[in-house]
Design a protein around this ligand. Structure first.
Ligand SMILES: Nc1ncnc2c1ncn2[C@@H]1O[C@H](COP(=O)(O)OP(=O)(O)O)[C@@H](O)[C@H]1O
Ligand SMILES: [Mg+2]
Length: 346
């Protein structure tokens, strides 16, 4: 594909709208990670304290005692339950764009990644929001963006382990068809919930929340054999005390394994037999959860009787999707966007 030169005025954006965080990259060199949450003050006192009627990202969580928090992307797709959620989604997107492109923007063309199997209504709802914020926007499947960013568009399997979903996708040189991808709903958040209850069961005196569990997982998460015992300080009776959570952590992290293994094995068969060897050489682990220690090895062990297998982890899981989207946005002439994804604008 030839690289087209656009007028210097056009601002191109690559956006990965994730359940837990939204990554955005612009062709002006700016990039930003924003927690996918919007807070609205609970009452007039909150408005005074905040000095505003809304706040996006980490600050919303910090001020949660006087905020109603909205996570607009439940399970990786737009919540469709209420007006507030749609508004929150728009405010999140608007905030993200303003972070990388403050001030005068000229023409804005953006590509937004959504989970592989997001519903049609969901995509069109997102496009409607995007249309209010950008001149031209396209929605494409997230694993496709990751693959595009890595130049791996054929004979590649992408495993993207996020907070709300795990998306597994077979890349066959075209935009993935429904049968080429699968979305699993037990992902990072599920591990946090399981770890929370496992610790509560082993140590009833400990005060544990999913937020604390998530931190433990992000620091020490592993499957298989532990490199060392995982001993963490938790609060019990209002005091910090050391607890060994090695087994609980392993158990929680391993809950996502069977589904991943089963679906990867199944997706190998959607490639033509003569391509399967090549596809097994190009398995890509993406998403925050792809960093769980031992995961790569567990996959390799499981697939060992399939022949030579090669699994790589994306270098920067936070930005891999957004970087691919930006690359696509700047390389593909906007006239062709309709052939790749759902487009709105002109
Ligand atoms: N080092 C790590 N080990 C294990 N899990 C991690 C790590 N870093 C982030 N995560 C988890 O990855 C998930 C977020 O991944 P991400 O790809 O950003 O998700 P999403 O696209 O759904 O927003 C969260 O569940 C987070 O706790
Ligand atoms: Mg993601």
């Amino acid at each position: 594909m030839s690289i087209v030169k656009h007028s210097d005025k056009t601002l191109f954006l690559g956006i990965d709208l994730g359940t837990s965080q939204t990554a955005i990259m612009a062709n002006n060199g700016n990039k930003e990670l924003i927690r996918s949450v919007v807070g609205y003050p609970k009452d007039i006192i909150g408005v005074r304290l905040l000095n505003d009627t809304k706040v996006v990202g980490d600050e919303a969580v910090e001020k949660r005692s006087y905020m109603n928090l909205h996570y607009p992307l439940e399970d990786g797709v737009l919540k469709e339950s209420g007006e507030r959620d749609t508004q929150a989604a728009k405010e999140l997107l608007e905030y993200a764009i303003s972070r990388v492109a403050p001030g005068d923007r000229g023409r804005v063309c953006g590509i937004i990644g959504v989970p592989a199997r997001a519903s049609v209504t969901n995509k069109s709802q997102l496009l409607k929001i995007a249309d209010e914020l950008m001149d031209l926007s396209m929605v494409v499947s997230e694993p496709f963006m990751v693959a595009y960013g890595l130049n791996c568009l054929t004979n590649t399997i992408i495993i993207d382990i996020g907070a709300g979903t795990i998306d597994i996708c077979a890349m066959k040189g075209t935009v993935p068809a429904p049968d080429d991808q699968v979305t699993l709903l037990k992902a990072g958040n599920h591990i946090d919930d399981i770890l929370t209850s496992a610790i509560a069961e082993s140590y009833p005196e400990v005060q544990i929340t999913p937020l604390v569990a998530k931190k433990i997982k992000e620091q020490y998460g592993f499957v298989g054999k532990p490199a060392a015992d995982v001993v963490v300080n938790l609060r019990s009776g209002g005091r910090p005390k050391a607890f060994d959570v090695t087994e609980e952590l392993r158990f929680a992290c391993e809950t996502i394994l069977p589904d991943i293994l089963e679906n990867v094995e199944q997706l190998i068969t959607v490639f033509d037999p003569e391509d399967q060897e090549d596809a097994l050489q190009h398995i890509i682990l993406a998403g925050g959860g792809g960093q769980i220690v031992g995961l790569r090895q567990a996959l390799l062990d499981f697939l060992q009787d399939h022949g030579d297998v090669n699994i790589i982890r994306v270098e920067d899981p936070d930005y891999a999707g957004a970087a691919g989207a930006l690359k696509l946005a700047t390389e593909l002439p906007p006239d062709y966007w309709t052939q790749v994804g759902d487009v709105i604008g002109s």
